[in-house]
Design a protein around this ligand. Structure first.
Ligand SMILES: Nc1ncnc2c1ncn2[C@@H]1O[C@H](COP(=O)(O)OP(=O)(O)OP(=O)(O)O)[C@@H](O)[C@H]1O
Length: 484
């Protein structure tokens, strides 16, 4: 029997039920209960099936249902062989694809010797909502049909099995995506294929281990967060000079946990309402990043003042739109609410990462522990970091020139980005040794430049001191003259 047959049979049964309801109305009250019981038995005997429906979008939800996504993935690997019409979905950045049954198809599955029927269908939403569902207004659903005598096994075991396996498959095959809010309230994305991993990131090995442990623990702590009554999210503050690997670390985190990245550009966000709209569209298993947070907000938490041209342009735009609504703006409290207010509880399993070059400029409320749970400093290149880069870029683990490089790194401030740049061969004639020599030259130039700058500053300080002395002398003379 196919699901199509079952559906036809179901419609027929609906007709019978209608007739039953009509007949029941005319029966004397004392016969009604008996009639109802026997009729139900008869129905169960003829049509012993139960159908459960799983909608792609549930009422009042803007994200695709987790159950629907998991079932979709589960069926793609378990039952797509049985479908006659299939849909191909490109995954992992176009490198592979998975097949799933097309709309209005049906497949069968087996669990502990029990036969289960799955079917897919779709409908067009009549209601236009604030946020569109997916690419259009189509809403899909899966229907699961099984014999009622297996109800317990299906609802208590099979469904858990489908959801768990589907989620694992989803994480494995979903391509990494990098989202950005280039319009006020909508995200757009590109495929994220950043090659940075914790294996390529040069930093103190103990620190790296701590971060990896922290991330791993977080990703496995669903029950713990539920138990302690906290939403399942964690904040990281990455700080350090430009070129020390903050962005590379975010990419490594995303690759390690297989999360999406939402790169939130605060300057494009008009007000707290827009921020909330963006937040509720972010998916679980994601990293929300606000880079250079010190450049987006000033110390009072208000957005940086727009320059005159920007203000004029905005005014023109408003005049064109015919709006004179008072402009409300993004505030620090809006941002804090975004991180850990009630709104942050929609969706789960999310990291929030701030990066800054000037940690001392940030409002303490923004980065206090509990909000930004882990503060990670990325700093200038030390000898250990250099050795890691030399191994990664040149396959060199030790070299006599290391003895020259080590003290130079202590005496200068060179970022891992600059060291890495020197270690990349620029022509086919260059080899590892010449790259190391290039680095030494660059470090020496930097050391010399720093020495000249320090000399200059010293000379300037001396000049200033002499000037102050002369001014004081002149002032004293004037005071004496005035007194006499
Ligand atoms: N710690 C590091 N380990 C390995 N490579 C690094 C590291 N730091 C920097 N690099 C290299 O330098 C490049 C620039 O680094 P990245 O963009 O991650 O620095 P950043 O701290 O985010 O800088 P900014 O503050 O300017 O955004 C990277 O693409 C990477 O090749």
């Amino acid at each position: 029997m196919t699901i199509g047959d079952m559906t036809q049979f179901g419609s027929m049964m609906a007709g019978v039920m209608f007739v039953f309801a009509m007949v029941q109305r005319w029966l004397p009250a004392e016969f009604r209960n008996h009639f109802q019981r026997y009729f139900q038995r008869l129905i169960n005997y003829i049509y012993p099936y139960i159908t459960i429906r799983f909608d792609e979008y549930q009422v009042d939800e803007f994200e695709r249902s987790v159950a629907y996504i998991a079932i979709d993935k589960y069926l793609s690997t378990h039952s797509s062989n049985g479908a006659k019409r299939l849909k191909a979905n490109v995954v992992t950045g176009g490198k592979s694809f998975f097949l799933n049954m097309d709309d209005y198809e049906e497949v069968t599955d087996e669990f502990q010797g029990i036969k289960i029927w799955w079917s897919s269908s779709k409908s067009i939403s009549e209601q236009r909502v604030l946020f569109t569902y997916g690419d259009n207004d189509e809403r899909r659903c899966f229907k699961l049909t099984f014999n009622r005598k297996h109800r317990d096994i299906i609802t208590k075991q099979y469904l858990h099995h489908v959801l768990d396996e589907g989620k694992v498959i989803d994480v494995k095959i979903r391509p990494r995506k990098l989202y950005t809010n280039n319009t006020r309230t909508m995200w757009s994305h590109i495929m994220f294929e950043h090659p940075s991993t914790f294996d390529t990131l040069a930093m103190d090995p103990k620190k790296k281990k701590d971060i990896l442990n922290d991330l791993m623990t977080f990703s496995k702590s669903k029950d713990y967060y539920k138990k302690v009554g906290k939403s399942w999210k964690r904040g990281y503050l990455l700080y350090g000079p430009p070129g020390t690997g903050k962005s590379s670390m975010i990419a490594a985190m995303a690759n390690f946990l297989e999360y999406y990245i939402y790169d939130l550009e605060l300057t494009s966000v008009k007000d707290n309402t827009d921020l909330r709209k963006l937040l509720i569209q972010t998916s679980t298993k994601s990293i929300i990043v606000i880079e250079d947070i010190d450049c987006s907000l000033d110390l009072t938490g208000q957005r940086k003042k727009k320059n005159e041209d920007e203000q004029k342009q905005e005014l023109l735009l408003k005049m064109e739109e015919g709006t004179n609504k008072k402009d409300s703006s993004l505030t620090l409290s809006g941002l804090l609410n975004f991180i850990d207010g009630l709104w942050s509880a929609c969706g789960s399993e999310r990291l929030i990462v701030f990066t800054t070059n000037h940690v001392d400029k940030l409002d303490p409320a923004l980065v206090r522990r509990g909000r930004m749970d882990m503060h990670i400093e990325l700093s200038y290149c030390c000898f250990e970091t250099f050795k890691f880069l030399a191994k990664n870029y040149l396959d060199i683990e030790s070299h006599e020139l290391f003895a020259t490089i080590s003290p130079l790194l202590n005496e200068t401030n060179m970022t891992p980005a600059d060291v890495a740049e020197n270690l990349i061969p620029k022509s086919t004639e260059e080899n590892g040794e010449s790259c190391l020599k290039n680095l030494i030259k660059s470090l020496e130039n930097r050391k010399e430049a720093a020495r000249i700058k320090a000399d200059e500053e010293l000379k300037q300080a001396k000049r200033d001191k002499r000037l102050v002395k002369r001014c004081k002398k002149a002032m004293n003379k004037v005071i004496k003259m005035v007194k006499s």
